[in-house]
Design a protein around this ligand. Structure first.
Ligand SMILES: C[S@@+](CC[C@H](N)C(=O)[O-])C[C@H]1O[C@@H](n2cnc3c(N)ncnc32)[C@H](O)[C@@H]1O
Length: 526
């Protein structure tokens, strides 16, 4: 497979594995509405935030939509990832500028995107899909990057979104770039879009036909008599007995048997005059489906609609180029069902959250969203504010209801020496241990009250930590002894037990089918 090379690539290929796990801390004062809605707004750099979400949401997200900086040279984005490489150190913290000032800005953009896409892939369900908005500045690089991270066979489509309604007169070369792209990849399973509704407005029922609305359609095709002799035959109006020979160069669209059935069913419109031609009475009820495949030319509102929409919630222009909700809603409709989880890790003004709430309102669904926005000022004054007004209703606009929890990145789970920090709770470590052992998030039913975290493929996963068994003395209930083993919930099968120490000998562990893993060294989550 052809691959793309860029400065700093080697340094970032495995960077997502080295990113430390942080805790997520919720701020009740900034949270809105129903805290049980399952929606999250996380303020922080998405590299750290996505990693922090991994123990809880790995393999759970059905749809990702992201709208990263396009790297046009006009936005002020900063490349700041803590990658330990000399060339990257040179760039850190500097604003990424226009081409002439910054010859490596495409390398920086690729270095920024690679680890984020790698973690996003881990968060997707096997039947999930990711959509990425992009314009011509990085489209070609992104396509190659996505091929590397998701696999070229998982490319689903490249959609075209018309962002401008009127041509751009500021262009230098006389070409107005009116569109941008939405690239779609799957995690691995075949993705089937729901498609778009067919235009049924042409179907009417002026003659009160008991078969319902219909439209008049052409009954001839393009095949001549040499090409399709079976489509060239005469038909007869059963009432007037008028004969209609085939058109010399255009046969009927159906063979004789099917045509006879349509005539018998009253589905042919016979002309009133002798010069007319018969037509097909095409009924809505005869359609195999009321939807058709989604056109790659998206039928969605332009950028101005996004700007108008945001100012209707926040009053003034507070954010440049928000996407219109209609665009993101259309994408969500294609690949989600009513209970899906949707993620946007470059949340900006919160369009994706708005689109999820609007789609739920439209079809009674209970989809959930996770949004990540790095800039605190944007996150609080724009993203959270817009969502709260969308949820609670604003200025005559109806409340879409729901809620979200506002979170920030907390401290790391492990210190520099790899030890679990003293403030880490049982539930927080449990999520990490379970992900490390199974690659999956902790089952919800655990609730942080039992040392048995869950049973995965017949193997029980247990954690002895923070005195879960009631003994909070140093080393007490966190060490696997005969007494502690007896007090663990019964399990008929192999067990993996994480603890601070083990006093059982190798032979006993083997007999009991226990693999003991010592905290913190046995917890390997990447
Ligand atoms: C193009 S805007 C997204 C606009 C959004 N789709 C909307 O409709 O409002 C990109 C957003 O990503 C945020 N961002 C950039 N880098 C980020 C990072 N590393 N982590 C989280 N957010 C980031 C920016 O602050 C900006 O708000």
């Amino acid at each position: 497979m052809p691959t793309l090379d860029w400065i700093g690539k080697k340094a970032v290929l495995n960077h997502h594995r080295e990113v430390p796990y942080h805790l997520l801390k919720c701020d009740k004062a900034l949270s809105v509405g129903d805290p049980g809605s399952g929606n999250l707004l996380v303020q922080g750099d998405n590299l750290l935030a996505l990693k922090a979400l991994l123990p809880y949401y790995a393999g759970k997200v059905k749809c990702i939509y992201i709208d990263p900086p396009y790297n046009t040279g006009n936005e002020n984005w900063v490349y700041n990832d803590a990658v330990n490489s000399p060339e990257i150190r040179k760039w850190l913290g500097k604003v990424v500028g226009a081409e002439a000032e910054d010859l490596s800005r495409h390398d920086k953009w690729l270095c920024m995107m690679y680890p984020r896409l790698s973690i996003l892939r881990q968060l997707l369900r096997p039947d999930g899909a990711i959509f990425v908005s992009i314009d011509d500045t990085e489209y070609h690089n992104l396509r190659m990057l996505m091929n590397e991270v998701f696999g070229p066979m998982n490319w689903v489509c490249t959609l075209i979104w018309k962002r401008r309604q009127t041509p751009d007169s500021r262009n230098l070369n006389g070409v107005s770039a009116d569109h941008e792209y939405v690239l779609c990849y799957s995690r691995g399973d075949l993705i089937r879009f729901k498609g778009q509704s067919k235009d049924l407005t042409k179907y009417k029922n002026p003659d009160n036909d008991p078969l319902g609305p219909w439209m008049s359609d052409n009954l001839t095709g393009l095949a001549n008599a040499q090409e399709r002799p079976n489509l060239h035959y005469e038909i007869i109006d059963p009432v007037t007995r008028r004969h209609y020979p085939p058109h010399p160069s255009r046969g009927w669209i159906y063979g004789q048997e099917r045509m006879n059935q349509l005539i018998a069913d009253g589905k042919i419109l016979w002309p009133k005059s002798a010069t007319g031609r018969p037509r097909l009475k095409r009924f809505v009820t005869d359609m195999k489906s009321e939807t058709t495949g989604l056109s790659t030319l998206l039928d969605a509102p332009a950028n101005v609609a996004g700007t108008k929409e945001l100012s209707s919630f926040l009053g003034t222009k507070v954010f440049a180029f928000p996407k219109p909700t209609g665009l993101v809603k259309l994408l969500i409709q294609q690949v989600t069902d009513e209970n899906s989880l949707i993620l946007d890790s470059f949340a900006g003004s919160g369009t994706t959250g708005h689109a999820v709430l609007a789609q739920n309102k439209a079809d009674g669904g209970s989809r959930q969203f996770i949004l990540v926005e790095m800039e605190e000022a944007i996150c609080q004054a724009v993203t959270a504010q817009r969502l709260s007004r969308v949820i609670e209703g604003h200025d005559g606009m109806p409340a879409l209801s729901g809620g979200f929890r506002y979170c920030r990145l907390g401290p790391t789970i492990f210190d520099e020496a790899g030890n679990v920090r003293a403030y880490v709770t049982f539930g927080e470590l449990a999520a990490h241990v379970y992900l490390a052992e199974t690659g999956e998030p902790l089952p919800k039913r655990n609730g942080g009250k039992s040392p048995l975290l869950g049973v995965h493929k017949g193997k029980a996963i247990c954690l002895l930590f923070n005195g879960i068994l009631g003994d909070r003395s140093a080393g007490g209930g966190n060490v696997l002894t005969s007494a502690v083993l007896k007090s663990l919930p019964a399990h008929d099968g192999p067990r993996v037990i994480f603890g601070e120490g083990c006093r059982l000998g190798a032979a006993r562990l083997k007999r009991e089918r226990i693999a003991f893993k010592q905290i913190p060294y046995g917890i390997k989550v990447s």
